[in-house]
Design a protein around this ligand. Structure first.
Ligand SMILES: Nc1ncnc2c1ncn2[C@@H]1O[C@H](COP(=O)(O)OP(=O)(O)OC[C@H]2O[C@@H]([n+]3cccc(C(=O)O)c3)[C@H](O)[C@@H]2O)[C@@H](O)[C@H]1O
Ligand SMILES: Nc1ncnc2c1ncn2[C@@H]1O[C@H](COP(=O)(O)OP(=O)(O)OP(=O)(O)O)[C@@H](O)[C@H]1O
Ligand SMILES: NC(=O)CC[C@H](N)C(=O)O
Length: 633
């Protein structure tokens, strides 16, 4: 019987000293508990998302030294951990220090190398290079190691034979995260190892961020691969948050043990540090400790858990514990306020309502109700005077050219919409945050960010856009969830949920007349998601094609019949092109300047979706389809 510790630790990316201390502490606990093996996640010393710090040889050397300390702490126990490995005398393809994303197995102060490896550690075979992952930018893979020796990965990929002090042995199949996500790779490390060697147990160490729906997919995928080779496996992932600048990722962990038929036997608590112990019967090749699997939650509960954990950890990381939130009476600001209220004490939250002449009594009342429900600080700072001052200043200040008056700049109603939004954020909220000793938030949602329906340096500003990866329908679901499950009372006023979403920045956006945003969320949420989140991303060509075939709703998953929204094809096309021009045009410029966000989707704006500032492009086939469609209409 082997006792194995799964150390789902909160890896602090960029702080190897802290991580090493945590690892050592867990090793002591595991020894005290009589463990034979303890396992830590991928890159648990340096962290994973550390940006181009990977280009600093001094940092790498420090991590290598900390790795040696962990190795030295392995007396009487086998310690399996992820760290960067460095090779002197070779360089990566970019000419920088040769680095491997590696798994180390230390026992009694010595490293045990995989049977056929040229190095005393296992090198990650498959390096992900999509979405937020950039392993290829920083690491050399086992595939490349084989290639440069004119060999095959099979020549090096091999199990680690662990011999315990009492003479028992364990043939372990080493895997690092992506090695088990092998669907689209021609070489599949897990199947190869399973078919070639008599593996007792696979061990996958990971650094795999949370994405909505991914936990289930991970279990399915691993389960299927394990079932095929009929060998049990352990999976150890990190928890905590890591970021790549624009995107903050939460790590749910979900470390666990899989039986040889691929069923999950044990699962660690999501989003929590845990040192779990499992008992493994090496003769039966079976986990014999009590089974435990977490209850599955619905998507909205998962979103809440991830956001709550991500926001709380981010605030802790940047050392901020006070926030100022502009509250309009609308849903987006209310959801953000409620999220912060689930993290910070009410006296650390200041809500500011900033009405102009366009704001209704209804929304002003809703903003106040929200603050009362939370029990936080609240104030009203009208922006009408400053709007009028700006108007007057432009009216009264002529332009000159070489001392000759050259007219006036004219402020249109549209420009005045943005003046109000900028005044609120750049002038009032920024000053209030400084005076309050905190930061001010950006309450954007993903639909607005997609088309840039927000003011540059206005409501698109803030220290963090916590909900910017949520479509509007997800914001509504979250609002109900916060009231029903988190607070179990009406914190977000029902009126803010029922009211038409509106910027209330002009007379034409009067909520009391039911006038709101130009976005039809039950359609546009799904249209934009098709442009952004589909693995094979859609363009107006695919959308028009599906529209003409009558399958658009099915393809984009939209709950409304699009033909009832746009009875004439010309209107459908005009709408499609209007938003596409913004999505691929000016909105890109806005997104580049927007705050970091918490990533929860399969594709979030930021470094997950890399964007160049280019003009919007319509493909040749789209133009043909459009011509055809309008001719027959
Ligand atoms: N390509 C480019 N790259 C970088 N900057 C560019 C640019 N083109 C214009 N600009 C600059 O951007 C400025 C225009 O941008 P901006 O001021 O944002 O204005 P704009 O994008 O023209 O309009 C923003 C829209 O968002 C709506 N909005 C605003 C605020 C809140 C809400 C709400 O839902 O609550 C809605 C508002 O009603 C308006 O329809 C120009 O004056 C110019 O300085
Ligand atoms: N009258 C206002 N007072 C204070 N802040 C405001 C006001 N109007 C807008 N804001 C700020 O600008 C942000 C953007 O406005 P927006 O209208 O998109 O969001 P919302 O009003 O919260 O929700 P909705 O779009 O559903 O009405 C708000 O989240 C809020 O922070
Ligand atoms: N660290 C990794 O290799 C991450 C890639 C992997 N597919 C994941 O998200 O889990």
């Amino acid at each position: 019987m082997l006792k194995i510790g799964l150390a789902q630790i909160n890896v602090h990316a960029g702080d190897p000293r802290y991580n090493t201390a945590v690892i050592k502490d867990n090793i002591i606990q595991a020894k005290d508990a009589g463990c034979d093996i303890i396992i830590f996640p991928e890159l648990s010393i340096p962290g994973y998302f550390i940006g181009d710090i990977w280009d600093q040889p001094d940092y790498i050397d420090d991590c290598v030294r900390f790795g040696e300390e962990i190795q030295a702490a392995s007396d009487g126990i086998t310690v399996i951990y992820g760290n960067v490995a460095k090779e002197a005398g070779r360089v990566n393809l970019d000419g920088r220090t040769r680095k491997y994303n590696a798994m180390f197995v230390a026992h009694n102060g010595r490293l045990i190398s995989p049977a056929r490896s040229p190095y005393p550690f296992y090198i990650k075979t498959l390096l992900p290079n999509y979405r937020e992952f950039s392993d290829i930018r920083y690491f050399t893979s086992l595939m490349e190691v084989a290639q440069e020796r004119h060999a095959f990965p099979e020549d090096f990929l091999s199990p680690v034979q662990i011999t315990f002090d009492d003479g028992r042995t364990l043939c372990m199949g080493p895997l690092i995260c992506e090695d088990s996500w092998d669907e689209n790779y021609p070489f599949k490390p897990m199947s190869y190892l399973g078919q070639t060697y008599d593996i007792d147990l696979f061990i996958n160490i990971s650094c795999s961020p949370f994405t909505l729906g991914k936990t289930g997919r991970r279990h399915r995928l691993f389960g299927q691969a394990i079932d095929k080779i009929s060998r049990p496996a352990l999976y150890v992932n990190s928890t905590g948050i890591q970021n790549n600048g624009k995107n903050i990722y939460t790590f749910d962990g979900a470390s666990g043990a899989y039986d040889r038929d691929g069923t999950l036997h044990y699962e660690c608590q999501p989003f929590k540090e845990e040192l779990a112990f499992v008992q493994y019967d090496e003769t039966l090749r079976k986990f014999v400790s009590p089974a435990h699997i977490n209850a599955r939650q619905n998507d909205t509960a998962d979103i809440y858990t991830s956001l709550h954990f991500g926001m709380q950890s981010f605030l802790e990381n940047i050392g901020v514990d006070k926030v100022v939130i502009g509250v309009s009476g609308g849903i987006d600001s209310a959801v953000n306020a409620a999220l912060y209220a689930s993290i910070l004490p009410p006296e650390h939250i200041l809500l500011v309502n900033m009405p102009s002449c366009y704001n209704s009594e209804l929304t002003k009342g809703l903003a106040r109700d929200l603050a009362d429900n939370i029990g936080c600080l609240y104030t009203v700072v009208p922006v009408q005077d400053s709007l009028e001052l700006t108007r007057r200043q432009f009216d009264e200040t002529p332009l000159y050219r070489q001392d000759t008056a050259a007219g006036h700049l004219k402020l249109t109603s549209f420009i005045e919409e943005n003046i109000q939004a900028r005044d609120r954020s750049s002038r009032i909220l920024a000053a209030a945050a400084a005076a309050f000793g905190g930061v001010f938030t950006c309450n954007a949602n993903k639909a607005e960010s997609a088309v840039g329906y927000a003011t540059l340096y206005g409501d698109s500003a803030g220290f963090l856009a916590a909900t910017a990866d949520l479509w509007k329908h997800q914001i509504y679901d979250l609002a109900s969830y916060l009231n029903e499950h988190v607070f179990q009372r009406e914190v977000i006023p029902q009126g803010s949920i029922d009211i038409v979403p509106s910027a209330e920045l002009s007379a034409s956006q009067d909520v009391t007349q039911g006038q709101g945003d130009p976005l039809i969320y039950p359609y546009h949420d799904y249209l934009f998601a098709a442009f952004i989140e589909r693995w094979q991303r859609a363009t107006p060509e695919s959308i028009l094609d599906w529209y003409l075939q009558g399958t658009l709703e099915k393809h984009i998953g939209c709950p409304v019949n699009v033909r009832t929204l746009f009875p004439h094809p010309a209107d459908f096309i005009a709408d499609l092109e209007k938003w596409w021009r913004l999505i691929a045009g000016f909105a890109v410029a806005k997104r580049i300047q927007s705050p970091p966000l918490i990533s929860i989707s399969r594709r979030s704006f930021g470094n997950d979706l890399r964007e160049s500032q280019l003009g919007p492009y319509l493909t040749t086939r789209y133009l043909e389809l459009k011509k055809e469609c309008l001719r027959h209409a």
